[in-house]
Design a protein around this ligand. Structure first.
Ligand code: SAM
Ligand code: DTB
Ligand code: SF4
Length: 332
């Protein structure tokens, strides 16, 4: 199937082919081997298939978040027991942690805060963190909630390379999971980040009780942005006790792999990140995700608040699969 057969609308302004739900869903529903072959072909045209980028996360401000994201351990609005809210971490400590991450092989340092959006009074510390981590020779990424155009510009000027802001699910399903902000708010921040000249990291979560159409629609929105995100994290829900989604039915692992393959085909030049949920995935499932075109992971024992496989397990997995860490000069 050529690109022209897959995308059936053309953007009038740019003459760029745009994805339709029908075309994307047709791919998702292909026989598994056909979908995987296409994804692996696209992957090899754009990347070294045996290299995976490694990022490390740090929660610089944990818990007490005013938003009501139904999956999140850090929301103050979820019914169950609350995570203790912390203050914004000291700048020196953040830089010290980043140094350790670099020694462990991470090339990008991602700092996350449980905020609806940064307060202007927090910006000085956050900017000092970006400058400090950048000074170690690492790429920097932050996820701080919604940003104004001005905040995005300040972060860009401080040297922030990437901003993470996920769509999480389709526009249709969004309000079932989050009510304190809208899908349109998310797109607006993504636009502010892009206009400021930063790289965009935007993806979602699978296993929220969404349909295949929701998964496909989310990827269609991402792929049809004026520029596709350079980084597309696909998280598998980590069910957190006390949240709205604590008892959500787990996603079929093969459907998870299909979604990774579809993301790879629809955003050929983006890094697709196999993000949260790897502790519950078998090595074989992760291998299939890499085969489907995933080429980035979070390393280390913890994500923001939840567990991650850790260096020993990932090192062994990479050796078994012949995967090498991606060096810093690679793009995206
Ligand atoms: N507060 C910021 C925001 O929401 O934009 C940033 C932090 S938030 C924890 C970043 C992303 O992590 C969410 O958008 C979601 O995709 C993912 N995430 C959070 N909790 C998760 C969970 N329990 N399982 C899987 N992914 C999760
Ligand atoms: C993303 O898509 N996944 C990361 C990162 N962006 C910030 C966060 C995963 C969080 C998993 C749940 C936790 O650790 O609390
Ligand atoms: Fe807050 Fe982000 Fe968690 Fe939503 S996902 S509750 S915004 S920390």
């Amino acid at each position: 199937m050529a690109l022209a057969e897959l995308t059936s609308t053309i953007d009038r302004a740019t003459a760029r082919p745009l994805w339709t739900r029908e075309a994307a869903e047709r791919l998702y529903r292909l026989p598994f081997a056909d979908l995987m072959f296409r994804a692996q072909t696209v992957h090899r045209q754009n990347f070294d298939p045996n290299r995976v980028q490694m990022s490390r996360l740090l929660s610089i401000k944990t818990g007490g978040c005013p938003e009501d994201c139904g999956y999140c351990s850090q929301s103050a609005r979820m019914p169950g027991e609350k995570l203790k809210a912390s203050k914004l971490m000291e700048v020196e400590r953040v830089i010290e942690e980043a140094r350790k991450a670099k020694a462990g092989g991470a090339t990008r340092y991602c700092m996350g805060a449980a905020w609806r959006s940064p307060k202007d009074r927090d910006m000085d510390m956050v900017i000092a963190m970006v400058e400090g981590v950048k000074g170690l020779g690492m790429e920097t990424c932050m996820t701080l909630g919604m940003l104004t155009p001005q905040q995005a510009l300040e972060l860009k000027e401080a040297g922030l390379d990437y901003y993470n802001h996920n769509l999480d699910t389709s526009e249709r399903y969004y309000s079932e999971i989050i009510t304190t902000r809208t899908f349109a708010n998310r797109l607006e921040t993504l636009d502010n980040v892009r206009q400021a000249g930063m790289k965009v990291c935007a993806g979602g979560i699978l296993g929220l009780g969404e349909t295949v159409e929701d998964r496909v629609d989310m990827l269609v929105t991402l792929a049809n942005l004026d520029e596709a995100p350079e980084s597309v994290p696909i998280n598998m829900l980590i069910p957190i006790p006390g949240t709205q989604l604590e008892n959500a039915a787990p996603i079929d692992p093969l459907d998870f792999v299909r979604t990774i393959a579809l993301a790879r085909i629809m955003m050929p030049e983006s890094h697709v990140r196999l993000s949260a949920g790897r502790t519950e995935m078998s090595d074989e499932m992760q291998a299939m995700c890499f085969l489907a075109g995933a080429n980035s992971i979070f390393v280390g024992e913890t994500l923001l608040t939840a567990d991650n496989p850790g260096e020993d397990h990932d090192g062994a997995l990479f050796r078994r699969l012949g995967i090498e860490p991606e060096e810093l000069d690679a793009e995206g």
